[in-house]
Ligand binder design. Structure first.
Ligand code: ALG
Ligand code: ZN
Ligand code: ZN
Length: 315
């Protein structure tokens, strides 16, 4: 079952699901790719508001069309893609929220679906990775972000949007031979942030590297590092320059363009993408849906990669 036909029903009509796709209950409760929202932002260190990100992305995704020329694929015809609604994470208790997200992800992945998660702040990547690792073992991670998100604690708190990937390395749920940050930039607390990060196994492609070397060369390098390992892609929308994504909680100047991000993703189409997230969209700081549109197209490329692989595996 595919999306609503926008040549017959105006695309601005009716409640928003991602890309006007059916809800999970409308496809009998099973899907190949589940688009799921996680309206949670209790882990942020600066501007709040990413709890509204998932629905902003859904609204902006009304304009997506069914054929993706950049990947020569119709993602919603190749596989069932459905909107699985939101995970009801407790906004007053981060530990409980992390448990709830992990349990909901266990259910979706257990049903055979891959997840395309719409955040929420970056805290949510930890329970999602835990669940993915239960199914696939330690996964390769491609992390697009201005920030490292491998810091240790804030105010003594372990689960925050600046710390998910340090926790994930500590828990042994990442394949430390294939970890990369892309789009990194901006001031740090000290040089130790970088040496700690390197010890955890991460390689860094800065936003300046992307600008200097170009999207194709970067995608080639990343593809070689990832190989055929199960891959999780986590995209903090603040990997983009604030000109391309003003609607986010911790913006940093000098970021990638949305074109660069989309082109790098297209260059990874042959990777074994098991699940992905797009996080940190905070619509209160957005203008004309600039950020939400970029995020919706990002999720569309990721969904296309997953759908193509599902169709290829079926033969
Ligand atoms: N994950 C995001 N977006 N930001 C982390 C920033 C952590 C800090 O305030 O230093
Ligand atoms: Zn960030
Ligand atoms: Zn982040």
């Amino acid at each position: 079952m595919g999306p609503v036909d926008s040549s017959r029903i105006p695309r601005y009509a009716g409640p928003a699901t991602f890309a006007r796709l059916p809800r999970l209950d409308e496809v009998g409760g099973r899907t190949d790719v589940a688009v799921v929202g996680v309206p949670f932002d209790t882990g942020v260190s600066y501007r709040p508001g990413a709890r509204f990100g998932g629905n902003a992305i859904r609204e902006a995704s009304r304009l997506l069309r069914p054929y993706n020329p950049a990947q020569d694929a119709s993602p919603f015809a190749l596989a069932q893609v459905a909107d699985a609604g939101d995970i009801a994470a407790n906004p007053f208790n981060i530990n409980e929220a992390v448990e709830t997200i992990e349990a909901a992800a266990d259910d979706l992945l257990g049903s055979g679906a891959r997840m395309m998660t719409l955040g929420g702040d970056h805290t949510i990547a930890l329970p999602l990775l835990r669940s993915v690792a239960k199914k696939h073992g330690p996964v390769a991670l491609l992390h697009f972000d201005a920030h490292l998100d491998t810091w240790d604690t804030y105010f003594g708190a372990e689960y925050t949007h600046g710390t998910p990937f340090r926790r994930a390395v500590e828990e042994g749920i990442l394949d430390t031979s294939a970890l990369s940050h892309v789009g990194t930039r901006g001031p740090l607390y000290g040089k130790k942030d970088l040496t700690d990060d390197e010890k955890m196994g991460f390689g860094i492609v800065t936003s300046a590297d992307v600008y200097r070397r170009g999207a194709d060369e970067i995608a080639d390098q990343l593809r070689q590092r990832i190989g055929d390992r199960p891959l999780y892609i986590s995209i903090d929308i603040d990997c983009l320059d604030p000109a391309h994504a003003p609607g986010t909680g911790t913006p940093e100047a000098g970021g990638m363009t949305s074109r660069e991000l989309l082109e790098i993703l297209r260059g990874l189409a042959s990777c074994n993408l098991v699940s992905a997230d797009v996080v940190e969209v905070a619509p209160a700081y957005d203008h004309a849906e600039i950020t939400a549109v970029a995020a919706s197209h990002t999720a569309y490329e990721l969904t296309t990669i997953m759908s193509r692989q599902i169709a290829d595996a079926r033969g």
